[in-house]
Every structure is written in C-alpha cells, then in structure tokens.
Write a protein that binds this ligand. Structure first.
Ligand SMILES: *Cc1c(COP(=O)(O)O)cnc(C)c1O
Length: 368
C-alpha cells in the first residue's frame, strides 16, 4: 500500500518531543515562542501567534478583524471547508468566487465582479502551494478598501515575486496538520505586521486574557485555541528542515511530471511559473474534459483497490450539504468542472522513484 500522504518524523524530532515531556512546561512556553519567531522571521513579518489548528487561526483572524453579521467575505469554493466555515462562525457571509482553470486560484476578474457594498474582506488561498495572483488581488483589495487575509495553509515556503506566501495580507495563516509540508500533529499560526491585531489574537486564543490580566481575569470573550509545547517543538524541528523538505517534495513532483507529461488524457499541475516558487502540497492531476465525474470516481476506486492511496481534492464547499442546506448554491462552472475530474496521487517527502513508477504505471493502465 502506498499512502496518499505521510508525515516525515525523524528520530531527532522524537527526542526533542521527549525532552519537552520531561520538562515542567507543557503550554505557553519557550517552544511556542521559538516556533512563532521562526515562522515570523521566515515570513518577514513582526508577529506570529501559534494556535491549535489552521481553522482556529482563520477564525481568530475573522473575529479579531471584527468581521461579523452583514459582512460579505470573498472566498474560493475550490478549497478546504474551514475557509468558509470560519466566516459563518461569526454570522458573516462567505461569497464564493470561481477560479482560474490553470492555477486553480481565485480569478481576479471574477473576484472584482463579486464585490458589493457589503464586501469587507477577501480570503485568498494559495491552493496546493501555488501562489495566487497577488499583484492583481492586492490591487483589488486596495482599490475597494477591503481587508486581505491570506490562507497560506498549503503554501509554507512558496514565493510570489521573491516574497514569501504569508507576507501579503493584513494577516495570514499557516496550518500544520499531518498532511501539510511540516506538521505539529495539529496546529496553526497567524502572522501579521499589525501589533494590535497580534495582541488581540493572542488574548482571544487564551480565553480572552490580555497581558495585564491574571489567570482568572478575562477582558473579552475568548477561546481555548492554545497549542501545546509538545506540538510546537515538533513544528520547530520540522521547520528547521524546511529547505530539504521542500526540495524532496519538488523532486517527487518533477518525477511525476516527467512520467506523465504528454499523456493525452491528463492535465498536470504547473511546475514552472514565472515569478513564483511553488511549495508542493499535493500532486493533483486532472482528467481531460471528455471524462465524467463517474469515470473519475471509478478510477479512484481502482487505484485504491491496487493499493494506491488517492483522493479527490476538493469537493467544492458551495455544494456541501452544510452549505446547500444554508443557502441556494451559486453556479461556479470552472470550480465544478475541475472538481469533478481531479485525482490526488500519493505525495510525501520519502516517496521513492520505484513507488512513483508503480503509481504512474497503474494509473496509465487504467486510462488505456
Ligand atoms: C489545511 C487547511 C486549513 C486548516 O486546516 P486545519 O486542519 O484546521 O489545520 C485551512 N485552509 C486550507 C486551504 C487548508 O488546506
């Protein structure tokens, strides 16, 4: 069995975790601070706040930026459901915008067309680690005076015009679930240049306690979105190897590309984009337009039966029962067309050349 994804935990990661377990401090300690500083420095911003998940990071951005009932937030539907859920947690409205069929990121022209007097913010996602069109999107946000939140959960280490993903928005978020480029088991991070915003997010993650509050003084309604020292030391260790991790992932992507390029029934992800560095999150191929969703699902079942982990990325948010029962879904033709034809192939740091060959042989035999 070749899994769809696998975390890359090495012996020294385990030793570092064990060392924290032998210490008296398991939460809100020096490991969280060191992890935050490392991510802030990497992103080129002053403030980073480690939290319990990427979803918590997104929710805290929405909350701390006072986005609430009546506000509209522009988001892709071709992404992970947390992006839209965090808006609904605050009774605001996610407005779904269609994507570019090549980069699979928000289409700037459609983004601008979706703006109404109620629009407050944009959440731009660097889907699968491919940087979004930040020049156009920043320009639209500035022109219409909108808050820009960057979801870099799939894109740590990606760059747009030599600037790191996570450095463009008023705030940006990273996530460290086990299938991401680096993991803390569960975890997330908010980064921002805005000191007041960072202070509020720090308080909100810790039951509404500000630095001047004692443990039983809660200045505002907060949450427990803290992350343990155990998780943070793992994240710190993983992050110290980010360059080699990203190189290994790029090796895997190029190995797939080399074997699958020119296949008549397949569309491959972009590998070399001008002004952009991709941070490989998954390797997602797409079946040609002549294939149906039913045909794709059959191939997914056959791959699984052959011992090859695979998945459909993404099931569009606007078509999820949690959303169709809430509002009449909009029509997003590109999102729907793409989502019906995707296949995510096994993708992780240590995937070997022979495993890649096996995946490609099995896949191509199923397409003949
Ligand atoms: C992984 C991910 C998140 C956050 O996920 P958590 O599981 O809550 O850490 C948010 N947005 C996107 C686009 C993601 O891929």
């Amino acid at each position: 069995m070749i899994p769809l994804s696998a975390p890359d935990i090495i012996e020294s990661d385990i030793e570092a975790v064990a060392e924290v377990l032998r210490s008296p401090r398991l939460s809100l300690g020096s490991m969280a601070e060191a992890f935050e500083q490392a991510i802030a420095k990497h992103t080129g911003v002053d403030h980073a706040v480690a939290v319990s998940s990427g979803t918590a990071a997104l929710h805290l951005c929405i909350r701390a930026l006072n986005i609430d009932a009546g506000d509209e937030v522009l988001v892709p539907s071709f992404t992970f459901i947390a992006v839209a859920n965090c808006i609904r947690y605050e009774q605001a409205t996610p407005v779904f915008v269609d994507i570019d069929p090549f980069t699979l990121n928000l289409n700037p022209a459609k983004l601008e067309a979706a703006i109404t007097p109620r629009t407050r913010a944009i959440i731009v996602v660097h889907t699968f680690g491919v940087p979004a069109d930040m020049d156009a999107i920043q320009q639209i946000a500035a022109k219409h005076n909108l808050i820009l939140i960057e979801d870099a959960c799939e894109a740590i280490g990606a760059e747009y015009k030599a600037r790191p993903a996570g450095s463009f928005g008023h705030a940006a978020v990273f996530a460290f679930y086990p299938n991401k480029q680096i993991t803390t088991g569960e975890g997330g991070m908010v980064v921002t240049r805005d000191a007041a915003l960072a202070n509020r997010i720090r308080a909100l993650r810790n039951q509404g306690r500000y630095p001047s509050d004692d443990w039983f003084q809660h200045t505002e309604l907060g949450y427990n979105y803290r992350i343990s020292e155990i998780n943070c030391v793992l994240g710190l260790r993983q992050f110290q190897r980010i360059d080699s991790i990203l190189q290994q992932r790029e090796r895997v992507a190029r190995a797939y590309h080399q074997r699958l390029a020119n296949h008549p029934h397949l569309l491959l992800p972009p590998t070399d984009l001008s002004h952009r560095r991709i941070s490989w999150f998954v390797y997602l191929i797409r079946l040609a337009a002549s294939f149906t969703r039913h045909h794709r699902d059959t191939i997914l079942r056959q791959l699984t039966a052959s011992g090859i982990g695979c998945g459909r990325y993404f099931a569009p948010i606007h078509l999820q029962p949690a959303y169709t029962s809430w509002r009449t879904p909009p029509s997003l033709p590109i999102t729907e067309h793409v989502a019906d034809r995707t296949i995510a192939l096994p993708f992780f740091n240590r995937l070997s050349e022979s495993q890649i060959q096996q995946v490609c042989d099995t896949l191509t035999s199923l397409l003949d």
